[in-house]
Design a protein around this ligand. Structure first.
Ligand SMILES: Cc1ncc(COP(=O)(O)O)c(C=O)c1O
Length: 389
């Protein structure tokens, strides 16, 4: 007897992207330089490591508060105030999650129903549109142009809004673009969200990795706290990617429901990771600042290296681990180029199309590998570019 298991179409339709084709091309190839990864290579600071080992020794393994240990939420609220100027009630407006990734999913799941729309300046972090698919919602991608420095065209953005648009999703500083939008643009986006009654998802996971001052947090702008969900976490700031510690701050009424959904998904955040997150909040700056400095120096190196490649153009990054150079002059699609770079140059990159169709013609390169490998990777890109001039 044949039978088929149920699978709802919104979940069946979540696309996997092209990474598999690149990974297949990379399979078994020795000596590849990985310039694709968003998984930084430096180790977690020793202070946090020690406290994590202590927590393990103490047998820290019980369920915790569903929403994250209250002392951790209090510490995060203090950090949000000190670093981002955001006033957050740790009991009512804050939730500790399994990375920003969980937070993005549960917030979008709570805000978007079938037929609703999420407005996304794009190229964008793919999870926003993947989550939209999972919600049965539509992503309205609004192109960001290299010629504008990847800064949104406000009129274009506004024209894309329909009566079904509920949410505006932003990453500042941006993955994959590396850019930091100026304050006037963030203010214009806030004005748009208020006028058109949109909730704002402000993904600030890279806020510690900027050359100048950190960009203003959207939720601190007048009238924005009641419609903004601010996402941040420990993955990038403390090299704790695998410990899966993120958080989201948002308006109390919505957060009540979102906390219930979080309970359905994960019950509570991991106890050991929360011990590490508590340590991170107390970690001596001497162990954190060199990490930030190193990635920013590498980012500058990467940008300079990319700019010196024949035919390549690139918007100067304001922060993050990424640059997003245009490779259009090679005359091939991003995916084909990324595969050929694996096969012919021994360099792993991410095609811009991993970040939506407006990424066509671009690659995302990252600083998540050590300096010497990065230099080798740049040299190989140069040889490839010279051969294909
Ligand atoms: C823009 C952005 N948001 C969210 C995430 C996920 O972060 P986390 O490790 O906290 O789940 C990433 C990871 O690369 C990211 O680049």
């Amino acid at each position: 007897m044949s039978f088929s298991l149920p699978l709802v179409s919104s979940i069946r339709e979540i696309p996997y992207g092209d990474r598999k084709r690149i990974n297949d091309a990379a399979l078994g190839r020795e000596g590849l330089v990985d310039m694709a990864s968003g998984n930084p290579d430096l180790p977690m600071p020793p202070f946090i490591r020690q406290r994590l080992m202590d927590a393990l020794q103490d047998g820290c393994a019980r369920y915790t508060s569903y929403y994250g240990l209250i002392e951790l939420r209090e510490g995060i609220a203090r950090r949000l105030l000190e670093r981002r100027g955001l006033v957050v009630d740790p009991e009512r407006e804050l939730l500790v999650t399994h990375g920003v990734q969980e937070a993005l999913y549960i917030v979008m799941r709570a805000l978007l129903g079938p037929g609703d729309e999420v407005l996304i300046p794009s190229p964008h972090y793919a999870s926003y549109s993947l989550n939209a698919v999972a919600c049965g919602a539509a992503s309205i991608l609004v192109p960001l142009e290299e010629a504008d420095g990847f800064i949104p065209d406000m009129e274009r953005l506004e024209r894309a809004i329909t009566p079904r648009t509920r949410v505006l999703a932003l990453t500042v500083p941006s993955n994959p673009l590396g850019v930091v939008w100026p304050k006037e643009i963030l203010e214009a986006l806030a004005d748009l969200a208020i006028r058109r009654n949109l909730a704002v998802l402000a993904d600030e996971i890279y806020s510690d990795f900027v050359f100048g001052e950190s960009p203003i947090s959207m939720g601190t702008l007048p009238g924005m706290k009641e419609r903004t969900f601010t996402f941040n976490g420990f993955s990038k700031s403390f090299m704790m990617m695998g410990l899966r510690m993120g958080y989201v701050a948002g308006p109390e009424e919505s957060m009540k429901a979102i906390k219930n959904l979080h309970y359905c998904v994960t019950l509570c955040p991991t106890s050991l990771s929360q011990a590490a997150a508590l340590a991170a909040l107390e970690c001596p700056e001497e162990q954190v600042q060199p990490i930030v400095k190193e990635y920013l120096q590498r980012l500058d190196m990467l940008y300079q290296g990319v700019m010196s490649l024949p035919g390549v153009t690139c918007v100067r990054p304001g922060g993050t681990f990424y640059v997003f150079p245009s490779m259009k002059h090679f005359g091939m699609g991003s995916l084909e180029l990324a595969i050929r770079l694996v096969e012919e140059a021994g360099v792993l990159t991410l095609p811009g199309t991993e970040f939506g169709p407006y990424g066509e013609g671009y690659l995302r390169l990252s600083t998540c590998t050590d300096r010497s490998s990065m230099k080798t990777g740049l040299q190989r890109l140069r040889e490839f570019a010279e051969m294909h001039q």
